[in-house]
Design a protein around this ligand. Structure first.
Ligand SMILES: NC(=O)c1ccc[n+]([C@@H]2O[C@H](COP(=O)([O-])OP(=O)(O)OC[C@H]3O[C@@H](n4cnc5c(N)ncnc54)[C@H](OP(=O)(O)O)[C@@H]3O)[C@@H](O)[C@H]2O)c1
Length: 238
């Protein structure tokens, strides 16, 4: 049985991913802060899902991951899905602080540990759910797009590192557009995917060991446009 840890599996995309891996007979280590939601996931899949309740902004990240790896009996894949974002019209420090703690500090601590764990094992796979927002800054939630750019750039660095090491160590950066969860807070939304469909496409991208994937697939076009649109135009929409 293959083993996956999903950081942030209580709701939305992460919960759908946990179910999908369980359906495909993986052993899943699901995490998050909301204990009752972890419990309900485990009740639904008692043979496939184990849980560990912790907040990625606290001090027990590494201890919790080590515990889960021990309970699972090893690890093949880690998915960093936990995320936070709020519109920050008046540039509120509390929003920017929480965004950075969850999307940057929690991410880098857990992914750094896992990469080094996989180095010792000689194989493994790390995926992170960044965002299409990683591509350009935006005025609605500056810390969110910046934090997702950090994730995406870090994952690219790990990809190059893994390639140089010539080990079967895979890195996947997932960049969703809009997905129908409370996290999708933009005033203007389009091409909104269900969490189920997003999870299916993420599962497939990870299975195919993609370096980068846009979710849904047609967001590839928006990514291309965002990269080339000049600032004189972008500043009217970003
Ligand atoms: N929805 C979209 O349109 C969209 C678009 C692009 C990217 N994304 C990214 O997709 C990922 C999943 O988001 P979602 O849309 O599925 O929203 P969601 O339902 O709100 O899921 C967020 C997950 O992050 C976990 N989380 C938040 N703060 C945490 C903390 N301090 N410690 C541990 N876990 C924490 C939550 O668990 P607990 O609350 O139980 O801790 C939850 O499981 C996020 O990284 C998000 O940025 C979403």
């Amino acid at each position: 049985m293959k083993k996956v840890i999903i950081i942030g599996a209580t709701s939305g995309i992460g919960r759908e991913l946990a179910k999908l891996y369980a359906i495909n007979n993986w052993l899943v280590g699901a995490t998050g802060r909301r204990k009752e939601l972890l419990q309900s996931l485990q009740n639904e899949w008692p043979d496939n899902i184990l849980t560990e309740c912790f907040d990625v902004t606290e001090t027990e990240n590494i201890e919790s991951i080590k515990n889960l790896i021990q309970q699972l009996g090893g690890l093949d894949l880690l998915i960093y899905n936990s995320g936070y974002g709020e519109l920050s019209e008046t540039l509120e420090w509390e929003i920017d602080k929480a965004t950075t703690q969850i999307n940057v500090n929690g991410f880098v601590e857990i992914v750094n540990f896992t990469f080094n764990y996989f180095l010792v094992e000689g194989k493994g796979h790390i995926a992170a759910i960044s965002s299409i927002s990683a591509i350009r800054g935006n005025s609605f939630a500056p810390a969110y797009s910046a934090s997702k750019a950090y994730m995406s750039t870090y994952m690219e660095g790990l990809y190059i590192k893994a390639t140089k090491l010539k080990l079967p160590l895979y890195i996947t950066d997932i960049q969703p557009g809009f997905v129908d969860t409370p996290m999708a807070k933009s005033p203007e939304k389009f091409w909104v995917s269900s969490a189920e469909k997003a999870a299916q496409q993420i599962y497939s991208a990870i299975t195919n060991k993609k370096r980068k994937a846009y979710i849904t697939k047609r967001w590839w076009l928006i990514a291309k446009l965002m990269k080339i649109v000049p600032m004189v135009i972008y500043k009217k929409i970003g």
